[in-house]
Write a protein that binds this ligand. Structure first.
Ligand code: F6P
Length: 368
């Protein structure tokens, strides 16, 4: 058996743990040959691969990044304006692969699904700090990102308290608010603004003014995909050849300008950015990514292709790539962390949040 492995999309912590989970299981259990494809789909396009052997896995579980390299702008369906998927299929056949294990987010899973239609076999593993893949309760990389947000918040609390400021912390997460919600709760945020609930500026200002009467600083977390009600997403860049060309970013500073004239405190903004994806993985992510990798290898051995490993109700299972492709899982309105934050008084910048919880399509059109 010959199995390719690639890491696609933005990197995150514990990719290497997943790579070692896949590689070691395939070698130990099926004596398979494992071929590392470099820089995600770009490596398939440019024909760059190298064998992976057991000794490549030494020290991988605790290391950040990906030893295979990755790329979030190399779709075989649109490479320099051309569809090069036929040449990718040819290379796959030349390599004599039974299957490719692809570690990635929704862009990667969508590409795997599209290339499956051409006759290539894929098994996907859910990787993304954004935690926004459909039909899995969690993706690896998310736990580490949440820990990084919480740690940053711990540090920002003390400086906010010393100066009596409102501190805005902007997180990643694209169109889903998972990182902002979980990182915000873990870091003791007073207000969390999510893409799922377009914020009402007058309510944000009202809450901060009310807090100013009893508390001399406030911590506000805003997801990069959050936007004011009836307002626009703040876009940082447009990358034409990326499967998802829009790069969000800048809502933190935009919000600072909106609120500063109306409150009695100074406001400062910290954009956490790519720090959330870097460095050593949490212990949870190391174990989780290894487990997903092992399960993916077992799917390959059983020839269950066209599937993505998934975790549902704390059990590993798999779902069809077709059901994951081109979709985004946003914060669900029955999420226990969301509900406990609401009940315990965290503001979401919306006057009547309980009403929104029962309105199915309250969010930005992109989320529908
Ligand atoms: O999908 C992961 C992610 O980190 C998003 O949270 C973020 O919006 C995007 O990737 C950033 O992409 P890039 O690495 O191209 O700046």
């Amino acid at each position: 058996m010959r199995v390719g492995i690639l890491t696609g999309g933005g990197d995150c912590s514990s990719l290497n743990a997943a790579i070692q989970g896949v590689t070691k299981t395939l070698i130990e259990t099926a004596k398979a040959e494992v071929i590392g494809i470099q820089d995600g789909f770009l490596g398939l396009i440019q024909r760059r691969v190298r064998p992976l052997v057991a000794s490549d896995c030494i020290g991988l579980i605790q290391s950040g990044g990906t030893i295979l390299g990755t790329c979030n702008r190399s779709s075989p369906l649109n490479y320099k304006g051309q569809d090069v998927s036929d040449s990718v299929l040819e290379f796959y056949r030349e390599l004599d692969l039974d299957c490719i294990v692809a570690l990635g987010g929704d862009g990667t899973m969508s590409l795997c699904h599209a290339l499956s239609q051409k006759g290539m076999n894929f098994v996907g593993i859910p990787k993304t700090i954004d935690n926004d893949l459909m039909h899995t309760d969690r993706s690896f990389g998310f736990d580490t990102a949440v820990g990084i947000v919480a740690e940053a918040m711990d540090r920002l609390h003390t400086t906010a308290r010393s100066h009596g400021r409102v501190m805005i912390v902007e997180t990643m997460g694209r169109y889903a608010g998972w990182i902002a919600l979980y990182g915000g709760v873990a870091g003791g945020a007073d207000m969390i603004l999510l893409p799922e609930f377009p914020y009402e500026l007058d309510e944000v200002i009202r809450v901060l003014n009310e807090r100013a009467q009893t508390h001399h600083y406030s911590m506000l977390v805003v997801a990069e995909g959050a936007a004011p009600k009836d307002g626009q997403l703040v876009v940082a860049q447009n990358i034409a050849d990326s499967p998802d060309p829009i790069r969000l970013g800048g809502i933190g500073h935009f919000l600072q300008k909106q609120i500063e004239p109306h409150i009695p405190m100074e406001v400062r903004t910290t954009v956490l950015g790519h720090v959330q994806r870097g460095g050593q993985p949490s212990a949870f992510d190391r174990i989780f990514a290894s487990n997903l990798g092992c399960y993916a290898a077992r799917l390959v051995i059983q020839k269950e292709y066209g599937r993505m490993v998934s975790v549902l109700s704390n059990s590993l299972t798999s779902v069809a790539l077709a059901d994951v492709a081109n979709r985004t899982r946003t914060v669900t309105k029955d999420d226990m962390t969301l509900l406990s934050a609401i009940y315990s008084g965290v503001s979401f910048g919306v006057r009547d949040i309980s009403k929104l919880l029962y309105e199915p399509e309250a969010a930005h059109p992109r989320l529908r």
